[in-house]
Every structure is written in C-alpha cells, then in structure tokens.
Design a protein around this ligand. Structure first.
Ligand code: TIU
Length: 238
C-alpha cells in the first residue's frame, strides 16, 4: 500500500497534484436519470445511468472532505431556445424535442425541475455549477476561466453519458492541456457497449485522451492528499 496520492489507473499510475485537482460531475440531471423522464421517453433504460449514483455520491463526499473542488455541469438551454442550434433542436421524434413539455417540465430548459441535478448529488453552497448548451463542458461556458483562476490542472471526470457528454468534455479538456482521469463506475451510458468501448478509447494508445480507474482506486488516493492545500475559493457560476 502506498500513502502517496496516486491512483492505480489504466494505462499507468495517475498522480494527484495537491491543490490542482477538481472533480467534474457531468449532467447528473433529472431529465437524464429519473424514471419517467426525457431519457426514458427516448426508449432508454435509466437504471444503467442510475447505478452511477451511489459510487458517485461516495466520490463526491471524499472530494468534499478533502477540500477538492466539485464542479457540476448541466446540459440545457434558455427558455427561448436562442442558444440551441437548429441542428440540435430539430432532431429526434417530435414528441421528444428539447423545449417540449415533459414529465418534469420543459425538456432540458434552464430553470425547469427536470433540468436540475438529482437530489442525491445536489451541489452544496459554494460549488460551481456550469450551464452548458452543448455536449462538452468547455464550449460556450466559463469552465476554462474557473479552472485557470483556481490553478486546476487535473480533472477527475464523472457523470453521464460516457460516450456523449463525458467523452466530449474529456476531449475538450485534453486539447486545453488538462490531465483527465475518467472514473469508470461513476460514468454511465444508456448503451453498455458504448460505455465499455468509450472507456477503452480514453485509455488506449498509452492514454490517448487520459486515464481510467474506478472509484475504489480513486477514493484512497484522494484521501491521501494533504488536507487544506487545495483551493476552496472558486467563484460559483451563478
Ligand atoms: N449529458 C449527455 O450525455 N447528454 C446526452 O444527450 N446524452 C445522451 O446520451 N443522449
């Protein structure tokens, strides 16, 4: 057993630099995760996403206990849909379009009940919530500025879905110079095969986009970080 804050990961060990790590929680929103919601209305099995809730709650608790910033994202749009490109709006079945009335309010519209984060993983006061109109958390958001101002270099990436918003965010982060570890049991997909291959794609070719490890490997490394050396002064987005 090592006492160093290093995660045994694929394809190689992943050191956690004190004061430079943030936990990013992507789109754990009711519209994607609640039974009867938008995700399920598209024919998806939301239990595949819901199995991430328990390990992710544990990981978030570990991060909070060490002062590691937790940054949440939500995919969604303004009520007038002015930030939703027609190519995104006009796809899919007419009964399941962004902005249409759904079981939990207008689908993926900011301010609606379904757009917000599930109760189990609700942000606590002081945590940053990034509202994003796209799949990636960097596109058309303040995430870069938030991370730069806090000196973050290293991202623990979690949330849904593995091959869509998690992948897009990891790819965006790579091109901006961040080191990313995807926490395998804290990301989920409606498609088990996409999930499996999505994780493989991250770590293939010597870690072409980043590293992969499960929360059982990440939590001990997080709790081995020196307490109190991580920044707590991120400015909430809203
Ligand atoms: N957050 C996220 O991944 N948005 C999606 O639309 N994902 C799907 O898998 N549909």
């Amino acid at each position: 057993m090592t006492e160093r804050a290093t995660v045994p990961a694929t394809p190689s060990e992943f050191p956690l630099p004190p004061g430079q790590v943030a936990l990013v929680v992507i789109d754990m929103q009711r519209d994607f995760l609640l039974p009867g919601g938008f995700g399920e209305s598209l024919g998806n099995d939301v239990s595949l996403l819901r199995q991430t809730i328990e390990p992710l709650a544990g990981l978030i608790a570990a991060a909070r206990s060490m002062g590691v910033p937790v940054i949440h994202t939500r995919e969604g749009h303004l009520p007038d849909l002015s930030d939703c490109p027609p190519a995104k709006l006009n796809r899919g079945e007419p009964s399941a379009r962004i902005g249409d009335p759904g079981a939990f309010g207008r689908i993926l519209i900011r301010g609606e009940y379904g757009h917000d984060i599930i109760d189990e993983l609700a942000p606590i006061p002081g945590e940053v919530v990034i509202d994003k109109p796209g799949k990636g958390a960097f596109y058309a958001t303040e995430l870069s500025e938030v991370l730069e101002s806090a000196g973050i270099t290293t991202l623990l990436v979690t949330g849904v879905t593995t091959e869509v918003c998690v992948h897009t965010t990891v790819r965006e982060a790579n091109d901006r110079g961040y080191r990313c570890l995807v926490v395998s049991d804290c990301v989920g997909s409606y498609f088990p095969e996409f999930h499996r291959v999505g994780l493989e794609m991250v770590a293939a070719q010597g870690g072409i986009f980043g590293w992969v490890a499960d929360s059982a490997a990440v939590v001990p490394a997080l709790t081995a970080l020196p307490a109190g050396q991580t920044p707590l002064n991120l400015t909430p987005a809203k």
